[in-house]
Design a protein around this ligand. Structure first.
Ligand code: BG6
Length: 520
């Protein structure tokens, strides 16, 4: 298919104006579960990028907290992580100074006695560095420790420091069903006010996800057609080629629906489907997202599909099936693929099917949203060929590539030059993020950490939102738990998931789009 490239010259590259950014007040960031991968791979590189961009206050300290008895080697290890995962030059002039701000405190998460010592240590660090009493707690531990940590922080008065502000960032999973999410919310909100709670979904830190809102609401031409009158259906795919990467025990309890659909995919859905908020303030944005989720009627079990990968070939490499992965039950019934068809019953979307799917060990890594428009009411032109790329007059299709090859493409029909009559062939107009703005080294956590330090909750999940999405998916999870899948594994690694997933769409004359990514 021909592609019309959007050309952006060097001079047109947009430079972010400096000096307008807000810088957080001095404070201490305390990362619980700091010996895990997230801290080294994502959080510390992100904090260093903020520092490089002049977005961290000079007076700041980072305290890693975990059970292992680590000392100075923690800061040294974080330095390595910043270099390796943050793409930072080891001779960067700011690196040594930044690493001096990092320290470590060994603590048993559920030992109340340790928290008084932690409090004293944080006060000491703050006093020594003239930082004051602002504290940001980041829970990057296994979820079973969340409640204990929150309660202990509360018991020591660490949630309401004198002459300072405290806030808490909580990593997913935020509950494993509706009841557990409610219980966790209840515990957290009995210590921290909702305005102090930042539930992180790293998808909201992605530039391409935030750009959905810019695309829709900073441009005048899309909103008038962004509704049931013009849009035939919407597909959201979050496909990974990776398997469970040694996280067997976690994944056995999670599965694709809990791990990715209930949170990341539903966030994407809300950005695509929400009404224009009255401002980009947390309250307006989160209210509109919630209204989308609340308008989704119960999803019938018939409109869901689960799958599990068996062995197969990915990128020319043989890979094991899920049941053969490390620390996975050889008869596991956990789904590594989930697909659902849902409706949003409001004036904008009634009657438009939304098809969502997520899975591991699929053919291609691609997170993509595709919006298929209705055909014109009368087709007066001809297709170009009997077979090949010009064999059909295809409906307009807008694809938003969240990752990789970040960009947006619009497919439309064009007259084939010098063809007899008025023959039409689909072409693509493509916006490529990297070509327009250069490659970004940001990992999404920069924006979210900065916003949490600034107290801006716009890109974080609200308690009501989390509970509403759990309310939608809990009955499906229960139904699946009550009935072991008949044929698992039901797709080969390296394929597009189980065949039965095609039937979700076929009945309505649609098909999954499996040629994802950028097409040149
Ligand atoms: C995480 C899931 O939340 O998201 C992982 O726990 C998944 O299983 C990951 O691989 C996907 O994130 P990304 O940014 O690579 O799409």
């Amino acid at each position: 298919m021909a592609t019309v490239q959007m050309r952006v010259s060097e001079e047109d590259l947009v430079q972010v104006p400096k000096g307008k950014e807000r810088i957080p007040e001095p404070g201490v960031l305390v990362i619980f579960g700091a010996s895990g991968d997230l801290t080294k791979r994502k959080l510390l590189p992100a904090l260093f990028h903020l520092k490089q961009n002049g977005l961290l206050p000079d007076k700041a300290a980072i305290v890693g907290v975990a059970r292992r008895p680590l000392g100075d080697e923690f800061a040294a290890d974080m330095r390595e992580g910043i270099i390796e995962f943050g793409g930072v030059d080891k001779s960067d002039p700011q690196l040594d100074d930044f690493v001096k701000k990092i320290s470590y405190f060994a603590l048993n998460f559920d030992d109340p006695g340790h928290y008084a010592a932690l409090k004293a240590e944080l006060d000491r660090i703050a006093a020594e560095n003239g930082i004051g009493n602002n504290r940001l707690y980041y829970l990057a531990t296994a979820p079973e420790f969340f409640t204990g940590i929150v309660e202990n922080l509360g018991a020591q008065g660490m949630a309401e420091p004198e002459h300072g502000r405290a806030a808490i960032v909580i990593e997913k999973p935020f509950g494993h069903d509706l009841d557990s999410a409610r219980e966790l919310n209840h515990h957290v909100n009995s210590v921290f006010k909702e305005s102090q709670v930042f539930r992180i979904d790293h998808y909201l830190g992605k530039e391409t996800v935030q750009n959905i809102l810019v695309f829709r609401f900073a441009n005048g031409i899309f909103e008038p057609i962004w509704n049931r009158n013009y849009i035939e259906h919407v597909q959201i795919t979050a496909a990974e080629t990776l398997g469970v990467e040694g996280r067997g025990p976690f994944y056995e309890k999670a599965g694709a629906l809990r791990d990715v659909v209930q949170n990341h995919v539903m966030e994407l859905l809300s950005f695509v489907a929400m009404e224009p908020p009255s401002s980009f303030e947390a309250e307006s944005v989160r209210r509109e997202k919630l209204k989308v989720w609340q308008a989704i009627p119960t999803i019938p079990i018939l409109n869901t599909v689960r799958g599990q990968y068996g062995p197969g070939v990915i990128n020319g490499q043989r890979v094991a099936g899920y049941r053969d992965e490390e620390r996975v039950d050889p008869e596991s019934g956990t789904e590594t693929y989930a697909a659902v068809r849902l409706q949003i019953e409001n004036w904008r979307w009634a009657g438009v099917p939304f098809y969502l799917r997520a899975g591991k060990r699929l053919k291609q890594r691609a997170t993509e949203i595709s919006i298929q428009f209705r055909q014109p009411p009368l087709l007066i032109f001809n297709r170009m060929q009997a077979s090949g790329p010009c064999s059909e007059i295809q409906p307009n299709l807008l694809t938003i590539r969240i990752q990789p090859d970040e960009g947006i493409a619009l497919r439309f029909g064009a007259k084939v030059p010098n063809s007899p009559g008025m023959s039409v062939c689909p072409v693509i107009m493509d916006f490529d993020y990297a070509a327009a703005f250069g490659r970004s080294t940001a990992n999404g956590y920069e924006r979210l950490l900065l916003d949490a330090m600034l107290g801006d909750q716009t890109l974080f999940a609200h308690r009501d939102g989390v509970e509403t999405t759990w309310a939608l998916y809990t009955p499906i999870l229960q139904a699946w738990a009550n009935k072991k899948p008949e044929v698992f594994p039901n797709y080969f690694a390296g394929k597009w998931g189980p065949e039965c997933a095609d039937r979700l769409l076929e009945n309505e004359g649609h098909a999954w789009r499996n040629d994802l990514g950028k097409r040149d």
